[in-house]
Design a protein around this ligand. Sequence first.
Ligand code: NAD
Ligand code: DAU
Length: 375
Amino acid sequence: MTIIVTGGAGFIGSNFIYYMLDAHPEDRVICVDKLTYAGNLSTLKDVMDNPNFRFVKADICDREAIYQLFAEEKPDVVVNFAAESHVDRSILNPEVFLQTNVIGTATLMDASRKFGVKRYHQVSTDEVYGDLPLDRPDLFFTETTPIHTSSPYSSSKAGADLLVLAYHRTYGLPVTISRCSNNYGPYHFPEKLIPLMITKALADEPLPVYGEGINVRDWLYVEDHCKAIDLILRNGRVGEVYNIGGHNEMRNIDIVKMICKALGKPESLIKYVEDRKGHDMRYAIDPTKIHSELGWLPETKFVDGIRKTIDWYLTHREWWEEILSGEYQAYYEKMYGAREELKPEAPKSDETKNPDETPETPKPDDSKREPLPIG
Ligand code: NAD
Ligand code: DAU
């Protein structure tokens, strides 16, 4: 099988390429990446010489380049990871999000139609469902939860999802979509919460927690996401959406404190700063469909995954130090320099969890589930 993986020089795409070349040595993988600020060729250095791998620098919006590549490679499968992925950047500058996330998706699907691709897979996000209230732990996102976005990023991803489903219905393009919760693990760009806090703590610099730090995310180790996508490609039903998440809800502040403890750094580094505009309160995935149809379950517990991740950042300093020394600095100044620091008192509902335990998370309970008050 020949698989085109877009965005493979980024965080999840690169992990997916490593996973696929290892799990399916019979397959050929072609990575297409524009190498934006988030794409890093050094991330792929260990597969560059693999005869089953090819790297092509191209923009997914560049129709000519994409058609030429599809004509050359005649891919069986396309997995689209390529995206502008950072919510904060989408608040600063939405336009490039619309370009890459919507127009880029359409371009890839047009090429997939023209060259008879057998499966087009869209890597989407739980953010398309909007957020859940903190005081309703019985509510979870299912695949039928209405789309209800908050940020330019999530809106662009939702727009792409709608296009993907429309290409299936209108043109019969064999598509699947996965909507995953927050990933963490190796090669995570240091603008995102977990790698930002690890790298800042290692430098003894302030750890900027938005608002009260009580927003909840549902964290999944990146390899578990890669395995889920592989299963969907092989056994998933065409035209279907699959949610991916591991019932691992954590408050931001608890994660930051856990990182401080693991690195032996004082919590006094934590600075509560002005909140993100439109900040989603809680994400929580119900993964029943992918579990019951495809047998997928997350394998890495958070307590193990976060240790592996911290160890990875400790042993791969050259990877992130190079990023921090480049144009990223200018972004950091722009994003955080003007952010007002909030009163340094602890947030109201700040009961730190035992970092040695995987936190207890509410499980979906059909008898209690009610329609979401949104949409
Ligand atoms: P990332 O920002 O780390 O990587 C994105 C990659 O896409 C980079 O290599 C970049 O160079 C490339 N890219 C950007 N614009 C491009 C263009 N126009 N043409 C070609 N390549 C381009 O992102 P990530 O965190 O790895 O996310 C990958 C995908 O997974 C995205 O679609 C994102 O929406 C989705 N997702 C991410 C998470 C998460 O927690 N990170 C969770 C769920 C879904
Ligand atoms: O849920 C899936 C999504 O997860 C993906 O679709 C996105 O591509 C990915 O970036 C991620 O989005 P989030 O906005 O949840 O991730 P981020 O790491 O930016 O922020 C996680 C939480 O931490 C969020 O509540 C904001 C908070 N935060 C983030 C940063 C960067 C802080 O408190 N301080 C920070 O400096």
